[in-house]
Design a protein around this ligand. Structure first.
Ligand code: HEM
Length: 426
């Protein structure tokens, strides 16, 4: 049965939807797996097959609004039944157009190829050594204090420094990076009317540092990661503008910080409320990757992404005329009963679990997915190994059955603002 009250709430602005977006998304799917939202000129897609189709079909759906979202006005009036050329012509006028996630076609391919050297297995292995050492030190401290606030004191500094290490940022600049990255609200903030402003604040400081690195490494190449990034060439052999390299680095911090920190928070919260599962993972840590995949499906940290119909087309049964703005709900698709048996239940070791859409699908699939999986796994392994029990702090979150949890005020990001836990040493 459809809960009228829930489905009538506005997904983009109503704070009550933040606590439980899943009921809203399930109700929306019951009304239509792809459907026009009430009172909005936006298509909401919550069916797994339909969302997958949208993400895989870059020839029908442009990413030009991926960063800005569907509530921003298009910078032109769509003409005819194919606006591919119009999108390319006006691309710079889209909010967030400088962000790599909103590039289409060859421009996107070229930018993505510059990042591939960062995410090769050898680089990720070296990064994992940094992760393990940092996670160990953070957990030793928290366990010694018998309690901690996970998001601010562990998850956010941890994932930020891991990206800094991946990019080869010198240790003396880590603090400046951390300050810049944590200065603004998350993407999709309900409190930030200008979708791009938090990104711009962060971009200023990180841009300043990275311009310096790129100029220095281009003039004096060394054998380090910053040199690889600064001197990487486009697929046609040309050298990208320094500004393009800098924007990519900024985007990596933006894309990999809130997302990974919040996933870690969601996973720790779930474990803290399920002590039997905790013990199972403690006695068999090889199950941690399966646990992370099911968390990504059930409590992934990116609820939605956005596309623009560049042709007259269909999503499932729904006709979507050229210029339609689309919200592809990853969280909705990940709980679609046509794809997942008993979709709202936690099941460890679901068959083909990695087909979930938490990292997107297609040309824009999250390039940082291996990194995100590794950093959450390494931190959970440390937390489980160094404790015999992790529980939620009742002083901060109330007793079981009456929990008080504050979720980030963002329609894109799913994650807690604060998470207080208590730890018993192993
Ligand atoms: C749990 C953590 C993460 C989640 C849930 C996540 C989710 C996503 C999703 C859904 C997309 C696709 C968006 C679209 O198709 O419009 C994406 C793209 C991307 N992510 Fe992640 N991400 C995570 C962590 C990271 C990390 C750690 C990094 C890098 C340090 C990263 C870098 C990127 C980049 C560069 C893209 C753009 C790829 C492209 O446009 O080709 N992400 N991410």
């Amino acid at each position: 049965m459809i809960d009228q009250e829930t489905s009538e709430r506005d997904f983009f602005t109503d704070r009550t939807v933040l606590l439980d977006p899943y009921t809203w998304l399930n109700d929306s799917r019951a009304k239509g797996r792809a459907r026009w939202m009430d009172d909005r000129d936006i298509v909401m897609v919550t069916g797994f097959a339909e969302a997958t189709d949208v993400l895989l079909s870059g020839d029908r759906f442009s990413s030009a609004i991926a960063a800005a979202g569907p509530t921003a006005k298009l910078p032109f009036e769509p003409q005819g039944d194919d606006i591919t050329a119009q999108i390319a012509e006006h691309h710079q006028k889209f909010v967030g157009s400088e962000q790599f996630i909103s590039y289409d076609g060859d421009r996107h391919k070229a930018a993505r190829s510059m990042l591939t050297s960062l995410f090769v297995p050898s680089r990720l292995r070296a990064n994992e050594i940094f992760m393990r050492d940092l996670a160990d030190r953070m957990v030793v401290k928290a366990v010694a204090e018998r309690s901690c606030e996970v998001i601010g004191t562990i998850a956010t500094p941890y994932v930020t420094l891991v990206i800094a290490d991946l990019l080869g940022v010198p240790a003396e600049d880590h603090e400046a990076i951390f300050k810049a990255v944590t200065s603004g609200p998350p993407p999709g903030s309900l409190d930030d009317a200008d979708a791009g402003s938090s990104m711009m604040e962060m971009a200023k400081e990180i841009g300043r540092l990275f311009f310096g690195y790129v100029e220095d490494r281009r003039a004096n190449p060394r054998t380090d990661v910053l040199t690889d990034l600064s001197c990487a060439k486009n697929p046609d052999g040309s050298v990208p503008a320094a500004q393009d390299v800098v924007m990519l680095a900024i985007f990596l911090f933006a894309a990999g910080q809130d997302t990974s920190a919040k996933l870690l928070g969601n996973a720790v919260r779930y474990l803290a409320e399920n002590t039997e599962l905790q013990d199972r993972l403690r006695s068999d840590p090889k199950l941690v990757p399966d646990f992370i995949e099911e968390m990504l499906r059930l409590e992934g940290s990116t609820k939605v992404t956005h596309r623009l119909a560049q042709k007259n087309t269909r999503i499932g049964d729904l006709e979507t005329p050229v210029g339609s703005k689309i919200v592809a709900s990853l969280a909705g698709a990940n709980r679609d009963p046509e794809r997942w048996e008993d979709p709202d239940a936690f099941v460890l070791g679901r068959p083909r679990i990695k087909e979930h859409l938490a990292f997107g699908r297609g040309a824009h699939t999250c390039i940082g997915a291996p990194l995100a999986r590794a950093e959450v796994r390494v931190m959970l392994e440390q937390l489980l190994a160094q404790t015999s029990s992790i529980t939620l702090s009742e002083a901060h979150h109330g007793p079981a059955g009456h929990r008080k949890l504050d979720y980030e005020a963002s329609y894109i990001i799913r994650g807690l603002e604060k998470l207080y836990i208590e730890l018993v040493p192993s």
